[in-house]
Design a protein around this ligand. Sequence first.
Ligand code: NAD
Ligand code: UFG
Length: 337
Amino acid sequence: MAILVTGGAGYIGSHTVVELLEAGLEVVVIDNLCNGSREAVRRVERITGKPVRFVQCDIRDRQGLDALFREHAIEAVIHFAGLKAVGESVGKPLEYYENNVYGTLVLCQAMEAVGVRRMVFSSSATVYGAEAPVPYVETTTRGTTSNPYGTSKAMVETLLEDLVVADKRWSVALLRYFNPIGAHPSGLIGEDPQGIPNNLMPFIAQVAVGRRDELTIFGSDYPTTDGTCERDYLHVVDLAVGHLKALKAVEAPGVSIYNLGTGQGVSVLEMVGSFTRVTGVEVPYRFGDRRPGDLPAFWADASKAAQELGWSAEKSLDEMMADTWRWQSANPQGYAE
Ligand code: NAD
Ligand code: UFG
Protein backbone atom coordinates (compact mmCIF):
# COMPACT_ATOMS: atom_id res chain seq x y z
CA MET A 1 0.00 0.00 0.00
CA ALA A 2 1.26 3.46 -0.88
CA ILE A 3 0.74 7.04 0.19
CA LEU A 4 -0.54 9.28 -2.61
CA VAL A 5 1.09 12.71 -2.47
CA THR A 6 -0.73 15.34 -4.54
CA GLY A 7 1.52 18.28 -5.41
CA GLY A 8 4.57 16.16 -4.60
CA ALA A 9 6.70 17.95 -7.21
CA GLY A 10 6.30 21.24 -5.33
CA TYR A 11 8.19 22.78 -2.45
CA ILE A 12 6.66 21.20 0.66
CA GLY A 13 5.52 18.08 -1.19
CA SER A 14 9.00 17.17 -2.44
CA HIS A 15 10.47 17.50 1.06
CA THR A 16 7.66 15.37 2.45
CA VAL A 17 8.24 12.66 -0.14
CA VAL A 18 11.87 12.45 1.04
CA GLU A 19 10.73 11.87 4.63
CA LEU A 20 8.12 9.31 3.60
CA LEU A 21 10.59 7.32 1.49
CA GLU A 22 13.23 7.48 4.19
CA ALA A 23 10.67 6.12 6.67
CA GLY A 24 10.26 3.14 4.34
CA LEU A 25 6.82 4.07 3.01
CA GLU A 26 5.78 3.61 -0.60
CA VAL A 27 4.85 6.81 -2.38
CA VAL A 28 3.00 7.79 -5.53
CA VAL A 29 3.28 11.44 -6.59
CA ILE A 30 0.66 13.19 -8.67
CA ASP A 31 1.30 16.71 -9.93
CA ASN A 32 0.23 18.71 -12.99
CA LEU A 33 3.56 20.63 -12.83
CA CYS A 34 1.83 24.04 -13.00
CA ASN A 35 4.16 25.19 -10.22
CA GLY A 36 6.24 22.10 -9.55
CA SER A 37 9.17 20.55 -11.29
CA ARG A 38 9.92 17.09 -12.65
CA GLU A 39 13.53 17.79 -11.67
CA ALA A 40 12.49 18.10 -8.02
CA VAL A 41 11.19 14.54 -8.18
CA ARG A 42 14.42 13.31 -9.79
CA ARG A 43 16.39 14.97 -7.02
CA VAL A 44 14.22 13.33 -4.38
CA GLU A 45 15.27 10.06 -6.00
CA ARG A 46 18.93 11.12 -5.73
CA ILE A 47 18.59 12.05 -2.05
CA THR A 48 16.82 8.87 -1.06
CA GLY A 49 18.32 6.44 -3.58
CA LYS A 50 14.78 5.22 -4.24
CA PRO A 51 12.64 5.50 -7.35
CA VAL A 52 9.52 7.70 -7.12
CA ARG A 53 6.38 6.73 -8.95
CA PHE A 54 5.32 9.95 -10.67
CA VAL A 55 2.02 10.56 -12.46
CA GLN A 56 1.56 13.84 -14.31
CA CYS A 57 -2.11 14.53 -13.82
CA ASP A 58 -4.42 17.28 -12.61
CA ILE A 59 -6.46 16.59 -9.48
CA ARG A 60 -9.48 17.95 -11.35
CA ASP A 61 -9.13 15.13 -13.90
CA ARG A 62 -11.48 12.51 -12.52
CA GLN A 63 -10.67 9.91 -15.17
CA GLY A 64 -6.96 10.37 -14.56
CA LEU A 65 -7.50 9.94 -10.82
CA ASP A 66 -9.66 6.84 -11.33
CA ALA A 67 -6.92 5.28 -13.46
CA LEU A 68 -4.32 6.13 -10.83
CA PHE A 69 -6.37 4.56 -8.03
CA ARG A 70 -6.93 1.46 -10.20
CA GLU A 71 -3.24 1.10 -10.89
CA HIS A 72 -1.87 1.79 -7.40
CA ALA A 73 -3.07 0.50 -4.04
CA ILE A 74 -3.37 3.70 -1.99
CA GLU A 75 -4.00 3.74 1.75
CA ALA A 76 -3.96 7.49 2.43
CA VAL A 77 -3.57 10.79 0.61
CA ILE A 78 -1.41 13.75 1.58
CA HIS A 79 -2.97 16.60 -0.32
CA PHE A 80 -0.67 19.52 -1.19
CA ALA A 81 -1.83 20.28 -4.74
CA GLY A 82 -3.27 23.74 -5.17
CA LEU A 83 -2.51 27.34 -5.99
CA LYS A 84 -0.95 29.39 -3.19
CA ALA A 85 -0.19 32.99 -4.16
CA VAL A 86 -2.26 35.26 -1.93
CA GLY A 87 -1.98 38.38 -4.13
CA GLU A 88 -2.66 36.51 -7.37
CA SER A 89 -5.76 34.94 -5.85
CA VAL A 90 -7.39 38.37 -5.50
CA GLY A 91 -7.25 38.83 -9.29
CA LYS A 92 -8.03 35.22 -10.18
CA PRO A 93 -10.64 34.01 -7.67
CA LEU A 94 -12.22 31.56 -10.09
CA GLU A 95 -8.89 29.83 -10.75
CA TYR A 96 -8.23 29.57 -7.03
CA TYR A 97 -11.64 28.17 -6.15
CA GLU A 98 -11.52 25.79 -9.09
CA ASN A 99 -8.06 24.42 -8.28
CA ASN A 100 -8.23 24.40 -4.52
CA VAL A 101 -11.89 23.73 -3.76
CA TYR A 102 -13.23 21.92 -6.83
CA GLY A 103 -9.91 20.06 -7.16
CA THR A 104 -10.24 18.76 -3.60
CA LEU A 105 -13.87 17.84 -4.26
CA VAL A 106 -12.94 15.74 -7.30
CA LEU A 107 -10.09 14.13 -5.37
CA CYS A 108 -12.42 13.20 -2.49
CA GLN A 109 -14.97 11.77 -4.92
CA ALA A 110 -12.31 9.62 -6.55
CA MET A 111 -11.07 8.49 -3.12
CA GLU A 112 -14.61 7.68 -1.98
CA ALA A 113 -15.19 5.60 -5.12
CA VAL A 114 -12.33 3.28 -4.19
CA GLY A 115 -12.84 3.39 -0.43
CA VAL A 116 -9.72 5.42 0.40
CA ARG A 117 -10.91 7.70 3.20
CA ARG A 118 -7.79 9.04 4.89
CA MET A 119 -6.50 12.49 4.06
CA VAL A 120 -3.87 14.84 5.43
CA PHE A 121 -4.64 18.32 4.11
CA SER A 122 -2.36 21.37 3.70
CA SER A 123 -4.23 24.16 5.38
CA SER A 124 -2.84 27.45 6.55
CA ALA A 125 -2.67 29.73 9.56
CA THR A 126 -4.48 32.22 7.36
CA VAL A 127 -7.82 30.53 8.23
CA TYR A 128 -7.66 32.08 11.72
CA GLY A 129 -8.41 35.47 10.17
CA ALA A 130 -7.43 38.91 11.38
CA GLU A 131 -9.22 38.90 14.73
CA ALA A 132 -7.87 35.72 16.34
CA PRO A 133 -5.81 36.22 19.50
CA VAL A 134 -2.09 35.39 19.23
CA PRO A 135 -0.76 32.76 19.61
CA TYR A 136 -3.26 30.97 17.41
CA VAL A 137 -4.87 27.95 19.05
CA GLU A 138 -6.77 25.23 17.18
CA THR A 139 -9.88 25.73 19.36
CA THR A 140 -10.35 29.26 18.01
CA THR A 141 -13.03 29.19 15.33
CA ARG A 142 -12.05 30.05 11.78
CA GLY A 143 -12.11 33.80 11.21
CA THR A 144 -12.85 36.02 8.27
CA THR A 145 -10.33 35.40 5.53
CA SER A 146 -9.21 38.37 3.48
CA ASN A 147 -8.45 36.85 0.06
CA PRO A 148 -9.69 34.01 -2.17
CA TYR A 149 -6.63 31.86 -1.37
CA GLY A 150 -7.36 31.98 2.36
CA THR A 151 -11.06 31.52 1.75
CA SER A 152 -10.36 28.47 -0.41
CA LYS A 153 -8.43 26.89 2.49
CA ALA A 154 -11.29 27.64 4.90
CA MET A 155 -13.81 26.23 2.39
CA VAL A 156 -11.84 23.01 2.00
CA GLU A 157 -11.58 22.65 5.79
CA THR A 158 -15.38 22.96 5.96
CA LEU A 159 -15.85 20.53 3.07
CA LEU A 160 -13.68 17.91 4.76
CA GLU A 161 -15.34 18.40 8.15
CA ASP A 162 -18.76 17.93 6.53
CA LEU A 163 -17.52 14.79 4.84
CA VAL A 164 -16.52 13.30 8.19
CA VAL A 165 -19.90 14.24 9.70
CA ALA A 166 -21.68 12.50 6.83
CA ASP A 167 -19.54 9.37 6.81
CA LYS A 168 -17.77 8.36 9.99
CA ARG A 169 -15.34 6.19 8.03
CA TRP A 170 -13.53 9.28 6.78
CA SER A 171 -10.49 10.45 8.63
CA VAL A 172 -8.95 13.87 8.02
CA ALA A 173 -6.07 15.82 9.50
CA LEU A 174 -6.12 19.56 8.80
CA LEU A 175 -2.57 20.84 9.15
CA ARG A 176 -2.38 24.60 9.58
CA TYR A 177 1.09 25.59 8.50
CA PHE A 178 2.69 28.79 9.64
CA ASN A 179 5.61 30.03 7.49
CA PRO A 180 7.68 27.19 6.03
CA ILE A 181 11.17 28.16 4.84
CA GLY A 182 14.53 26.48 4.34
CA ALA A 183 15.53 23.56 2.20
CA HIS A 184 16.73 19.99 2.44
CA PRO A 185 20.23 19.97 4.01
CA SER A 186 21.58 18.26 0.87
CA GLY A 187 20.99 21.51 -1.06
CA LEU A 188 19.38 19.45 -3.83
CA ILE A 189 15.76 20.52 -3.31
CA GLY A 190 14.30 23.79 -2.11
CA GLU A 191 11.82 26.52 -2.87
CA ASP A 192 11.81 27.62 -6.52
CA PRO A 193 9.10 30.25 -7.01
CA GLN A 194 8.14 31.23 -10.53
CA GLY A 195 8.63 34.93 -11.31
CA ILE A 196 9.03 37.49 -8.55
CA PRO A 197 8.82 35.76 -5.17
CA ASN A 198 5.84 36.73 -3.05
CA ASN A 199 7.35 35.39 0.14
CA LEU A 200 10.09 36.85 2.27
CA MET A 201 12.63 34.02 2.47
CA PRO A 202 12.96 33.28 -1.27
CA PHE A 203 13.11 37.02 -1.90
CA ILE A 204 16.01 37.41 0.56
CA ALA A 205 17.75 34.41 -1.04
CA GLN A 206 17.36 35.81 -4.56
CA VAL A 207 18.75 39.20 -3.50
CA ALA A 208 21.70 37.43 -1.86
CA VAL A 209 22.45 35.41 -5.01
CA GLY A 210 22.26 38.53 -7.19
CA ARG A 211 19.02 37.82 -9.01
CA ARG A 212 17.36 40.91 -7.45
CA ASP A 213 18.83 44.23 -6.37
CA GLU A 214 17.25 44.76 -2.99
CA LEU A 215 14.54 43.62 -0.65
CA THR A 216 11.61 45.90 0.06
CA ILE A 217 10.46 45.50 3.65
CA PHE A 218 6.73 46.05 3.65
CA GLY A 219 6.08 48.46 6.52
CA SER A 220 8.23 49.74 9.38
CA ASP A 221 5.55 51.16 11.66
CA TYR A 222 3.77 48.03 12.91
CA PRO A 223 3.16 47.72 16.66
CA THR A 224 5.96 45.16 17.03
CA THR A 225 9.38 45.27 18.70
CA ASP A 226 11.16 46.78 15.68
CA GLY A 227 8.18 47.99 13.62
CA THR A 228 8.29 45.13 11.08
CA CYS A 229 5.87 42.18 10.91
CA GLU A 230 6.47 39.05 12.95
CA ARG A 231 5.82 35.53 11.69
CA ASP A 232 6.40 31.98 12.86
CA TYR A 233 8.99 30.55 10.43
CA LEU A 234 9.54 26.81 10.52
CA HIS A 235 11.98 24.58 8.66
CA VAL A 236 10.38 22.78 5.73
CA VAL A 237 11.99 19.49 6.83
CA ASP A 238 10.32 19.81 10.24
CA LEU A 239 7.05 20.49 8.44
CA ALA A 240 7.59 17.43 6.24
CA VAL A 241 8.14 15.28 9.33
CA GLY A 242 4.86 16.66 10.70
CA HIS A 243 3.06 14.99 7.78
CA LEU A 244 4.61 11.66 8.62
CA LYS A 245 3.30 12.04 12.18
CA ALA A 246 -0.11 13.15 10.93
CA LEU A 247 -0.45 9.92 8.95
CA LYS A 248 -0.75 8.24 12.35
CA ALA A 249 -3.57 10.62 13.29
CA VAL A 250 -5.61 9.60 10.24
CA GLU A 251 -5.55 5.94 11.23
CA ALA A 252 -8.54 6.72 13.49
CA PRO A 253 -11.71 8.20 11.97
CA GLY A 254 -12.69 11.82 12.58
CA VAL A 255 -11.23 15.27 12.06
CA SER A 256 -8.14 16.53 13.80
CA ILE A 257 -6.61 19.97 13.44
CA TYR A 258 -3.00 20.79 14.17
CA ASN A 259 -0.95 23.96 14.05
CA LEU A 260 2.51 23.28 12.67
CA GLY A 261 4.81 26.09 13.75
CA THR A 262 7.61 26.78 16.22
CA GLY A 263 5.62 28.99 18.59
CA GLN A 264 8.08 31.88 18.08
CA GLY A 265 7.51 35.14 16.24
CA VAL A 266 10.45 36.57 14.27
CA SER A 267 10.42 40.02 12.65
CA VAL A 268 11.36 40.80 9.05
CA LEU A 269 14.41 42.76 10.21
CA GLU A 270 15.48 39.86 12.42
CA MET A 271 15.17 37.55 9.40
CA VAL A 272 17.44 39.76 7.30
CA GLY A 273 19.95 40.10 10.16
CA SER A 274 19.93 36.39 10.83
CA PHE A 275 20.51 35.53 7.15
CA THR A 276 23.56 37.82 6.98
CA ARG A 277 24.99 36.59 10.28
CA VAL A 278 24.71 32.94 9.22
CA THR A 279 25.79 33.26 5.58
CA GLY A 280 28.05 36.31 5.66
CA VAL A 281 26.12 37.72 2.69
CA GLU A 282 24.68 41.24 2.92
CA VAL A 283 21.07 41.74 1.84
CA PRO A 284 20.45 45.34 0.77
CA TYR A 285 16.97 46.50 1.77
CA ARG A 286 14.77 49.54 1.92
CA PHE A 287 11.52 50.17 3.71
CA GLY A 288 8.37 50.42 1.62
CA ASP A 289 4.66 50.75 2.27
CA ARG A 290 2.73 48.14 4.18
CA ARG A 291 1.47 45.26 1.99
CA PRO A 292 -2.34 45.23 1.95
CA GLY A 293 -3.77 42.40 4.03
CA ASP A 294 -0.63 41.74 6.12
CA LEU A 295 -1.23 41.20 9.83
CA PRO A 296 1.29 42.72 12.27
CA ALA A 297 2.25 39.54 14.09
CA PHE A 298 1.12 35.95 14.56
CA TRP A 299 2.61 32.68 15.65
CA ALA A 300 1.43 29.25 16.64
CA ASP A 301 0.49 27.61 19.87
CA ALA A 302 2.05 24.33 18.75
CA SER A 303 1.38 22.39 21.94
CA LYS A 304 -1.42 20.21 20.53
CA ALA A 305 0.85 18.72 17.85
CA ALA A 306 3.48 18.10 20.53
CA GLN A 307 1.04 16.35 22.86
CA GLU A 308 -0.97 14.35 20.35
CA LEU A 309 1.44 13.74 17.47
CA GLY A 310 4.73 13.86 19.35
CA TRP A 311 5.81 16.51 16.84
CA SER A 312 7.62 19.72 17.47
CA ALA A 313 9.81 21.86 15.27
CA GLU A 314 13.42 21.00 16.00
CA LYS A 315 15.50 23.00 13.57
CA SER A 316 16.76 26.47 14.50
CA LEU A 317 16.44 29.70 12.57
CA ASP A 318 20.17 29.46 11.83
CA GLU A 319 19.63 26.07 10.18
CA MET A 320 16.76 27.52 8.15
CA MET A 321 19.08 30.28 6.90
CA ALA A 322 22.05 27.98 6.22
CA ASP A 323 19.92 25.45 4.35
CA THR A 324 18.15 28.13 2.30
CA TRP A 325 21.52 29.51 1.27
CA ARG A 326 23.03 26.10 0.46
CA TRP A 327 20.11 25.45 -1.89
CA GLN A 328 20.00 28.93 -3.45
CA SER A 329 23.76 29.35 -3.92
CA ALA A 330 24.10 25.90 -5.50
CA ASN A 331 21.02 26.46 -7.69
CA PRO A 332 20.90 30.21 -8.46
CA GLN A 333 18.14 29.69 -11.02
CA GLY A 334 16.35 26.99 -9.04
CA TYR A 335 15.58 23.87 -11.08
CA ALA A 336 15.87 25.75 -14.38
CA GLU A 337 19.58 25.03 -14.87
P1 NAD B 1 3.95 24.55 -4.47
O1 NAD B 1 3.28 25.42 -5.47
O2 NAD B 1 5.43 24.47 -4.50
O3 NAD B 1 3.36 23.06 -4.57
C1 NAD B 1 2.05 22.79 -5.00
C2 NAD B 1 2.15 21.74 -6.10
O4 NAD B 1 0.83 21.41 -6.54
C3 NAD B 1 2.92 22.23 -7.32
O5 NAD B 1 3.93 21.28 -7.66
C4 NAD B 1 1.86 22.33 -8.43
O6 NAD B 1 2.40 22.03 -9.70
C5 NAD B 1 0.84 21.32 -7.95
N1 NAD B 1 -0.54 21.60 -8.38
C6 NAD B 1 -1.22 22.76 -8.28
N2 NAD B 1 -2.48 22.63 -8.75
C7 NAD B 1 -2.59 21.34 -9.14
C8 NAD B 1 -3.65 20.56 -9.71
N3 NAD B 1 -4.83 21.14 -9.97
N4 NAD B 1 -3.43 19.26 -9.97
C9 NAD B 1 -2.21 18.69 -9.72
N5 NAD B 1 -1.18 19.37 -9.20
C10 NAD B 1 -1.37 20.67 -8.90
O7 NAD B 1 3.43 25.02 -3.02
P2 NAD B 1 3.92 24.59 -1.57
O8 NAD B 1 4.55 25.78 -0.93
O9 NAD B 1 4.66 23.32 -1.63
O10 NAD B 1 2.52 24.39 -0.86
C11 NAD B 1 1.89 23.13 -0.79
C12 NAD B 1 0.55 23.29 -0.12
O11 NAD B 1 0.72 23.88 1.17
C13 NAD B 1 -0.41 24.19 -0.89
O12 NAD B 1 -1.71 23.66 -0.79
C14 NAD B 1 -0.32 25.50 -0.13
O13 NAD B 1 -1.50 26.26 -0.27
C15 NAD B 1 -0.12 25.02 1.29
N6 NAD B 1 0.52 26.02 2.14
C16 NAD B 1 1.72 26.54 1.78
C17 NAD B 1 2.32 27.51 2.60
C18 NAD B 1 3.64 28.12 2.21
O14 NAD B 1 4.00 29.14 2.80
N7 NAD B 1 4.40 27.54 1.28
C19 NAD B 1 1.68 27.93 3.77
C20 NAD B 1 0.45 27.37 4.12
C21 NAD B 1 -0.12 26.40 3.30
N1 UFG C 1 7.72 40.65 3.33
C1 UFG C 1 8.49 41.75 3.02
N2 UFG C 1 9.02 41.83 1.77
C2 UFG C 1 8.82 40.86 0.82
C3 UFG C 1 8.03 39.74 1.15
C4 UFG C 1 7.48 39.68 2.42
O1 UFG C 1 8.69 42.63 3.84
O2 UFG C 1 9.32 41.02 -0.30
C5 UFG C 1 7.15 40.55 4.68
C6 UFG C 1 5.64 40.52 4.68
O3 UFG C 1 5.12 41.82 4.68
C7 UFG C 1 5.37 39.75 5.96
C8 UFG C 1 6.56 38.81 6.09
O4 UFG C 1 7.57 39.33 5.25
O5 UFG C 1 5.40 40.65 7.02
C9 UFG C 1 6.24 37.39 5.66
O6 UFG C 1 5.65 37.44 4.39
P1 UFG C 1 5.42 36.14 3.50
O7 UFG C 1 4.78 36.57 2.23
O8 UFG C 1 6.68 35.35 3.42
O9 UFG C 1 4.43 35.29 4.40
P2 UFG C 1 2.94 35.59 4.89
O10 UFG C 1 2.95 35.46 6.37
O11 UFG C 1 2.43 36.85 4.34
O12 UFG C 1 2.12 34.43 4.18
C10 UFG C 1 2.48 33.07 4.34
C11 UFG C 1 2.03 32.25 3.12
C12 UFG C 1 0.54 32.18 3.04
C13 UFG C 1 -0.07 31.74 4.32
C14 UFG C 1 0.44 32.60 5.46
C15 UFG C 1 -0.06 32.11 6.78
O13 UFG C 1 2.55 32.83 1.94
O14 UFG C 1 0.19 31.22 2.07
O15 UFG C 1 1.87 32.57 5.48
O16 UFG C 1 0.35 30.80 6.98
F1 UFG C 1 -1.42 31.86 4.26
